[in-house]
Design a protein around this ligand. Structure first.
Ligand code: 5GP
Length: 199
């Protein structure tokens, strides 16, 4: 008997959580360990931090350029966070999904809610820091941000955490390896859902 040819539909994986929850590290580790996962690189008006590279961490653009792209419908979603604009490039994401890749979007809760509405098959993971003390420590450790920025981010963290109830999964990032294992387990189980399979 020939083997069953199961085709699995690819999907979006939204990873949100307050600044300092360790989203970037978790997403990087997920990508290293899964060949069917790719990350979307967002466009932002925020200036580069530390050793961030254009086209790798973000596409850094002026506000005018961002608005021009937004007007032309280039973004799958966009939001203003901490006074800067961030957007997910729609064409790249569509192409990756087409090629059968699952696409990770590391975006804020406003963006997460937009994706939930526009892509009901998306999987939404909320990353929690272990606690407010740990969060404050992590934000302080980022020497590139000054006290006022840190204060604003902590305030924003409280607001972001209030959205956790609208996410499909909550993962606490108290131990990085276990946290990455948990996120990959979610993606793996979600990929096997009957609704995503055609035989
Ligand atoms: P940061 O400036 O610290 O890199 O990011 C600030 C916040 O913006 C984070 O919560 C990050 O996940 C979010 N963010 C990054 N890219 C996007 C995006 O394309 N869309 C949305 N909605 N949020 C984003």
């Amino acid at each position: 008997m020939p083997p069953f040819d199961v085709v699995r539909k690819s999907f979006l994986v939204v990873v949100s959580g307050p600044s300092g929850a360790g989203k970037s590290t978790v997403v990087d580790r997920m990508l290293e360990r899964s060949s069917r996962l790719v990350a979307s690189v967002s466009v932002t008006t925020r200036p580069p931090r530390g050793d961030e590279r254009d086209g790798v961490d973000y596409f850094f653009v002026s506000r005018e350029e961002f608005e021009r792209r937004r007007e032309s419908g280039a973004f799958l979603e966009w939001a203003e966070v901490h006074g800067n604009l961030y957007g997910t490039p729609g064409a790249f994401v569509a192409r990756m999904l087409d090629e059968g890749m699952n696409v990770v979007l590391e975006i804020d809760v406003q963006g997460g809610m937009l994706v939930r509405d526009s892509h009901p098959e998306a999987v939404l993971i909320f990353l929690m820091p272990p606690g407010f003390e740990a969060l404050r420590e992590r934000l302080r450790g980022r020497a590139t941000d000054d006290a006022e920025v840190i204060g604003r981010r902590l305030e924003n963290a409280r607001r972001e955490i209030s959205y956790y109830g609208r996410y499909d999964y909550i993962v606490v990032n108290d131990e990085i390896d276990r946290c990455v294992d948990d996120c990959l387990a979610i993606v793996r189980a979600e990929a096997l859902r009957r609704e995503r399979a055609s035989i």
